[in-house]
Ligand binder design. Structure first.
Ligand SMILES: Cc1cc2nc3c(=O)[nH]c(=O)nc-3n(C[C@H](O)[C@H](O)[C@H](O)COP(=O)(O)O)c2cc1C
Length: 219
């Protein structure tokens, strides 16, 4: 790398650009690396480091994507919460596979995850739901996510109706709202480097009990 390239990386977006992705020895757990990168993203001051693009597809292969927030991650998978009547949820119910993409720009890092999707249990969703503020809980009841709505007044009226319904009562998790867990089969780490000579490692496994196969990919 030329001195100019190094300087350009260091003074522009280059916080992570001079950092090599360590060569995997073959026994690494990608979730440990993910956690390390996620912690760095949180520490970096990036706004909403937990935001990720979720891509779904219809049964005839038409893709769609949108941003959601990662709420839990562990050996079982990556969990986000949504309305089960939404477009994404319908696509996931009909075709239970998703891809997730994180982009932590100032660190010059991307992580891509692919896998089968399952709904989390009602009890699990309720546990998270109860940690949300009352306004968000009311909002989840009031919004028929992804359905057409005439105007903002209508949405606000729906909120007032739900507030009335739960006046002086706890707001339970609606049956039509909850989590999806993406169980990873593919996790790719991308570390931006100078001159487009980025580092990429992809970890693959067919089932959660298998060992991960690690492959370096050309940038
Ligand atoms: C930063 C950000 C975070 C979001 N987080 C969520 C989320 O956690 N869950 C969710 O259902 N929608 C979330 N949304 C809204 C979605 O992007 C999307 O508009 C909505 O879920 C409807 O998508 P769908 O019609 O494809 O189902 C978020 C949007 C942004 C920009």
């Amino acid at each position: 790398m030329s001195l100019f390239s190094k300087l350009r990386c260091a003074v522009t977006l280059g916080q992570g650009v001079l950092v090599n992705l360590p060569e995997p020895k073959g026994d690494e757990e990608p979730l440990a690396l993910f956690s390390q990168w996620f912690d760095s993203a949180k520490a970096s001051g990036i706004v909403l480091p937990e935001s990720m693009l979720v891509a779904t597809a219809t049964t005839d292969g038409r893709p769609s994507a949108r941003v959601v927030l990662l709420k839990e991650v562990d050996e079982q998978g990556f969990v986000f919460y949504t309305n089960y009547g939404s477009r994404k949820a319908q696509e996931l119910i009909d075709n239970p596979f998703a891809s997730l993409t994180f982009h932590w720009n100032i660190l010059q890092r991307q992580v891509r995850i692919e896998g089968r999707v399952e709904k989390v249990s009602y009890e699990h969703s309720d546990g998270y739901f109860q940690s949300r503020g009352r306004g968000s809980r009311i909002g989840a009841w009031a919004s028929h996510q992804s359905q057409p709505i005439g105007n903002r007044q209508q949405l606000e009226q729906q909120v007032r109706d739900i507030e009335q319904q739960f006046h002086n009562k706890d707001v339970p998790c609606p049956e039509f709202w909850g989590g999806f867990r993406v169980i990873p089969e593919v996790i790719e780490f991308w570390q931006g480097k100078a001159d487009r000579l980025h580092d990429r490692y992809v970890y693959r496994r067919q089932t959660p009990t298998e060992n991960w196969q690690i492959t370096r990919l050309s940038p």
